[in-house]
Design a protein around this ligand. Structure first.
Ligand code: GLN
Length: 539
């Protein structure tokens, strides 16, 4: 199978958390800026079918694509950098691979054969490597292999990469190995040995990396680069330094300076389709680094001990803030620590308040107090998913005077289930992949804050939730001043709630943060920041 699509595989060694996703996204950006159409996919070595059932404390946010796939948060980086959508095909786990193979086995597709890791699992992995390429849309496909080389779990993926070289043919295949060059303070030296060892492990698996990208806190001196080239069997100019950056959005430019894209093009025998065009990117960076104003916004949630749980929200603030030249000082506040006695001291320095998405009862009452404060004190408020649901519950309790109003997620027996499961959902028992997931249309009411933000009547936003606004309460709630300003035109489900007599109080059932990219900041985030700027002026 000689391929017209070029494949770049990115593996990691020495430690996890080196930022393979950012390197993949940055390289993708550079190739895109030279006129190539690029997509990035991630293969994760864990056994979950998808990360939807993983704890955000452990794994960070679960990123949702337009087609409703629950994916690794690195896909968020791919979309934010490349400004293109990904899908289920861009994220495959060991669990999904095994599930596919076992399903085929039960159907009898391997009749008579012993089903084995090699070739059946590796074939399934390779089929998935090539799936997006077969759409014929992409010049280059970058594949990030999760985990570290040497992990037992990633072995079948690494073996599939080894085989892919032979499937794809010369000049169509490249391996970039991302590694760490630690600095030993006591010896005042950058050490290459861990990298030598991880490359040795790759070699044992039959893979010679073509390019080394070396994460380091200090510049790599020429002799260190030479040593790496010699011991790891790569060309000297294929040892690429990746210094720690101020922001992840600097990395494409740093990689350009290091000529990562040039090395890749020369090894894949590709010539640029156009002169590198990074003007808009640089414009964004310029604004990001030179803000003319600043606001403090509180993100109130229960997973605040691991900021990665709110990755897309944090990045959406970066994009939206830069677009209005405003530095957003984002304070992550645990809703478990907020109560009736202390809410003022916890929240009074905030120019805007965001109540985050989430699941379960813990920290819920703190969120209620937070919404009440934002509503009564007229602080700009943005509620996302659970954040919107809390806003509705708070309004029902304190404005409609229905003291026990709740979501049936928090209290199954509430007398006023203002947030509830839809009838057809009540039968579902399985947890994985059974929420309302992916992009749905939302029709906006003219004159609403949401309409002012988007400037169009119909928008598409992504979802990830089980519970819905209960339309039985709509009339009562609207009469009291909280309006449904966005609805799904096909189902009538409420998508957006706003309070009329408030400078900016918007709750959305969907997740606007998933659609925010560097070049397309999300409009609700932009307007929320503007409202916070306005609020700060009159403080
Ligand atoms: N727990 C709520 C639900 O399932 C909200 C989910 C969320 O915030 N993503 O509907």
């Amino acid at each position: 199978m000689a391929s017209s699509t070029k494949y770049i595989f990115i593996t990691g060694g020495v430690t996890s958390s080196l930022g393979k996703g950012i390197i993949a996204a940055s390289l993708g950006k550079l190739l895109q800026s030279r006129g190539f159409s690029v997509t990035i996919q991630k293969f994760d070595p864990y056994l979950n079918i998808d990360p939807g059932t993983l704890n955000p404390y452990e794994h960070g946010e679960c990123y949702v694509t337009d087609d409703g796939a629950e994916t690794d948060l690195d896909l968020g980086h791919y979309e934010r950098f490349l400004n293109t959508s990904t899908s289920q095909s861009n994220n495959v786990t060991t669990g999904r691979i095994y599930n596919n193979v076992i399903t085929k086995e039960r159907k009898g597709e391997f009749l008579g054969k012993t089903v084995q890791v090699i070739p059946h699992i590796t074939d399934e992995i390779k089929n998935n490597f090539y799936k997006l390429g077969q759409e014929g849309k992409y010049d280059v496909i970058i594949t990030e292999i999760g985990g570290c080389v040497g992990d037992i779990e990633s072995l079948p993926f690494i073996e599939a990469v080894r085989q892919a070289r032979w499937d794809l043919g010369p000049n169509n295949f490249l391996v970039i190995h991302l590694t760490l060059i630690p600095y030993l303070k006591a010896a005042k030296e950058l050490k290459t040995k861990p990298t030598q060892h991880s490359v040795k492990q790759l070699l044992e698996a039959g893979i010679q990396p073509d390019i080394l990208v070396c994460r380091t806190e200090y510049h790599l001196p020429a002799e260190v680069k030479k040593k790496l080239a010699l011991f790891c069997n790569v060309q000297l100019n294929s040892v690429i330094e990746a210094m720690d950056a101020d922001t992840i959005y600097d990395v494409p430019l740093l990689m350009k300076k290091e000529k990562l894209d040039e090395r890749v093009l020369s090894k894949l025998k590709l010539s640029s389709k156009q002169n590198t065009d990074l003007d808009e990117w640089k414009d964004f960076l310029g604004k990001l680094k030179n803000p003319t104003q600043e606001v403090t916004i509180g993100l109130i949630g229960k997973y605040v001990s691991l900021p990665d749980s709110y990755k897309s929200i944090i990045e959406a603030f970066t994009h939206a803030g830069a677009s209005v030249e405003c530095h957003v000082n984002l304070k992550l506040i645990s809703s478990e620590e907020i109560n009736l006695d202390n809410f003022k001291s916890k929240l009074s320095d905030l120019d805007g308040i965001l109540v985050a998405p989430g699941f379960g009862e813990r920290g819920f009452e703190g969120k209620i107090e937070t919404v009440r404060y934002a509503r009564e004190e007229k602080i700009p408020f943005f509620g996302i998913c659970l954040g919107m649901q809390v806003a509705v519950i708070e309004f029902a309790r304190n404005v409609l005077q229905l003291p026990n109003a709740n979501s049936t997620e928090m209290d199954e027996n509430t007398p006023h289930p203002v947030i509830d499961l839809m009838e057809e959902q009540k039968q579902i028992e399985q947890m994985g992949g059974t929420m309302r997931l992916g992009a749905y249309t939302c029709e906006l009411k003219r004159g609403s804050k949401a309409y002012q933000a988007y400037g169009i009547k119909k928008v598409q936003e992504r979802h990830r939730h089980r519970y819905e606004f209960n339309n039985k309460y709509l009339e009562q709630i609207e009469r009291a001043g909280m309006l449904a300003t966005g609805k799904n035109p096909d189902t009538g489900l409420v998508e957006i709630m706003e309070i009329k007599n408030h400078p900016w109080f918007v709750g959305v059932q969907f997740h606007p943060e998933y659609r925010s990219t560097v070049l397309n900041p999300q409009p609700l985030f932009v307007k929320f920041i503007e409202a916070a700027i306005e609020n700060k002026k009159y403080k």
